[in-house]
Structures are given as structure tokens and as C-alpha cells.
Write a protein that binds this ligand. Structure first.
Ligand code: SF4
Ligand code: SF4
Length: 319
């Protein structure tokens, strides 16, 4: 196989510094596209309810396949990352979370935290981590703090604050209140991109500086997360441990021709039920939710020019 020389393929192996992370199968699962909010910066098809919520029987069928294939046959750990729309709006979400937990899966929810405190009390024991996004256009700050506060001392709580340039100062004030109320949470001040694409909204130089500085916590992180770092090794054995966005920023994310564990360490279920090995879709569609799927047993050769999703970067590959 011929390789085009670039900065990425100085490294012959990209793997997990912690072997336990290599056993995780992170299942990125979009349950539907209904949402309790309609944020002005969110493309309509991500919140307009044009897709029906996935049927509980189909979801449970895939749980059984995940358990058999990855846990029983491959001795891996399944970690579901459920998203939407707003995944907590799925009419059977409480049961689906309890059933996933009973199967021994680890679970993260990506949510806007809008549902009641009573709802979160029913599900929080099933969760291993949450990513809560504070959308100032709709969120109630006190409610958000109550929801995050009930989990922050026992599982990983990450908070994204979406920073619209037109309400920047007010949102920053809210973010500082979140920082003060939830010292154990990690918080990112998220710049917004038009239609969630490549182009940033117009931020002033001062606003960009605030976004770069962020609101770091002085507490050590609590709880677990599936993975956050990768170790890159050269042919001569020199290693560097990097965060996934460093691969992007340094143009070290080009692995065409490498043997990649996408599909062994990851799975992607789209809102319309299509199932892929990972976000990159290399290897093509494996089938649809509800079907009997043939799930991957072997790595696959990368066919993409660039590996551009952070979740995909956090997967082992080797030349
Ligand atoms: S909460 Fe998320 S999915 Fe819902 S409208 Fe806002 S950005 Fe879109
Ligand atoms: S694009 Fe897909 S196949 Fe290629 S390296 Fe990234 S995760 Fe692996």
C-alpha cells in the first residue's frame, strides 16, 4: 500500500494510553429529532420532530445484539451515548435507560437538562456521565443548576454553554454563576457556527479571548468517561499523548490506508435508524435498527482523506 507522506503518518500507531479505554465500544446513538427547545442557531432538522422516535422494541433488539456481540463474544464494554434532538423527550426513555443499565451498559446522556427534577431523580442512577448544554435562549438557570447539582458529585458532568455573540455578556454572567454553583463540573464556553457548519458567527476579538480562556475548574475531575486522550507512536518508538482536537489543529488526522478499529470500538446509529461503524461511515451502512445486523469483528482500512470527528479520532489505528 502506498502512503502519501504527511505529518500524520510520522506516527505508525495511534492507540489508547489506558488499555481499559481500548475495550470500550462507544455507541453514538441519535434516538430522534424532537426537542423541547427551538434554538435560533439550531438547524431545523435537528429539532423539528420530522423523524419519529425510534421504537422501543427496535432499540431493545439492538441492546441484545450489542450485549451478545461486544460483551459476551468480544469481552468489551458497551458505552451508550444517547442524543437527539433532546433524548430525554423520548416517550419511553426511563424504561430504555433502566434496561440498558440492567444489561451492564455504561450510559452518557447529551441533554439540555430541561426536564423536571423529578424526571432526573428517576434516571440519574442509570447514568455514568452527562453532557448538559445551557442554551440561554430557553434555559432556566436555577433549574439547570438543580439538575446538574444532583449529579455533579458522583458522575462526570460536563456543561457546554452556547455563546451567541448577540447575548454574549448576559450568557457569560450565567456561565460564571454555573461555575460558582458547580465547582466539580467541567464547563466549555462554546462558540457557535452558522447552521452548525464550518463558519463561526462573528465574534469580536475580546469575545474570542473570553472563549479561549474558558472557565476552568480548580477541582480534579470526578467520575469516568469513555476516553479522552490518544497516544501517537513513531516507527522509532517515540510517543506523544494528545487530546483529539490537537490532532485536528496540528493536521495530524490523516490516516487513509491505516487499519482502524472503527466498528470495534464504536458504532453510530442515526436518527433514521441507519447503523454505521462510526461517525465517518467508513465501511458503509451495516443495516437498520430493528434488523438482525452483522456487527464488525475485524478492523477496517481507512478510506477517508481526513478523520474529522473527535469521537473517531479516539479510536485505535495502525499502519
Ligand atoms: S436544545 Fe439542542 S437540539 Fe434542541 S433546539 Fe437547541 S441546539 Fe437544537
Ligand atoms: S476516518 Fe474512520 S476509518 Fe478513517 S481513521 Fe478515522 S475513524 Fe478510522
Amino acid at each position: 500500500m502506498a502512503y502519501i507522506q504527511n505529518a500524520s503518518n510520522r506516527f505508525t500507531l495511534i492507540d489508547h494510553p489506558d488499555p481499559l479505554c481500548g475495550k470500550m465500544v462507544v455507541v453514538d446513538w441519535t434516538l430522534g429529532n424532537s426537542c423541547s427547545y427551538a434554538c435560533s442557531y439550531c438547524p431545523k432538522n435537528l429539532h423539528d420532530g420530522s423523524l419519529k422516535w425510534q421504537k422501543p422494541n427496535d432499540v431493545l433488539h439492538l441492546y441484545r445484539q450489542l450485549r451478545r456481540h461486544y460483551v459476551d463474544e468480544m469481552d468489551r464494554i458497551v458505552w451508550l451515548q444517547l442524543t437527539g434532538g433532546e433524548p430525554t423527550m423520548h416517550p419511553q426513555i426511563v424504561d430504555l435507560l433502566h434496561q440498558a443499565s440492567a444489561k451492564g451498559f455504561k450510559i452518557s446522556l447529551i441533554s439540555n437538562a430541561s426536564r423536571t427534577v423529578r424526571f432526573w431523580e428517576k434516571i440519574n442512577k442509570c447514568l455514568n456521565s452527562v453532557i448538559l448544554t445551557y442554551h440561554a435562549e430557553f434555559a432556566d438557570l436555577d433549574h439547570f443548576i438543580r439538575v446538574a447539582g444532583m449529579m455533579v458529585d458522583h458522575i462526570t458532568v460536563h456543561i457546554n454553554v452556547t455563546m451567541h455573540p448577540d447575548h454574549f455578556d448576559q450568557t457569560l454572567e450565567d456561565a460564571r454563576k454555573l461555575r460558582a454553583a458547580l465547582p466539580a463540573a467541567s464547563i466549555s464556553l462554546k462558540p457557535l457556527r452558522r447552521d452548525f457548519g464550518a463558519q463561526l458567527y462573528d465574534y469580536t476579538k475580546e469575545q474570542m479571548q473570553v472563549l479561549t480562556n474558558g472557565l476552568p475548574s480548580d477541582r480534579a475531575p470526578i467520575g469516568e468517561q469513555p476516553r479522552s486522550l490518544m497516544r501517537a507512536t513513531t516507527r522509532s518508538g517515540r510517543t506523544e499523548t494528545l487530546r483529539p482536537n490537537e490532532f485536528l489543529l496540528r493536521d495530524l488526522n490523516r490516516w487513509r490506508g491505516y487499519k482502524c478499529n472503527v466498528g470495534l470500538e464504536s458504532l453510530r446509529i442515526r436518527g433514521n435508524g441507519e447503523v454505521y461503524r462510526g461517525v465517518c461511515c467508513v465501511g458503509g451502512r451495516l443495516g437498520y435498527l430493528g434488523e438482525d445486523l452483522v456487527l464488525p469483528r475485524d478492523p477496517i482500512r481507512c478510506t477517508k482523506d481526513a478523520c474529522s470527528c473527535l469521537a473517531d479520532i479516539l479510536i485505535r489505528k495502525e499502519r
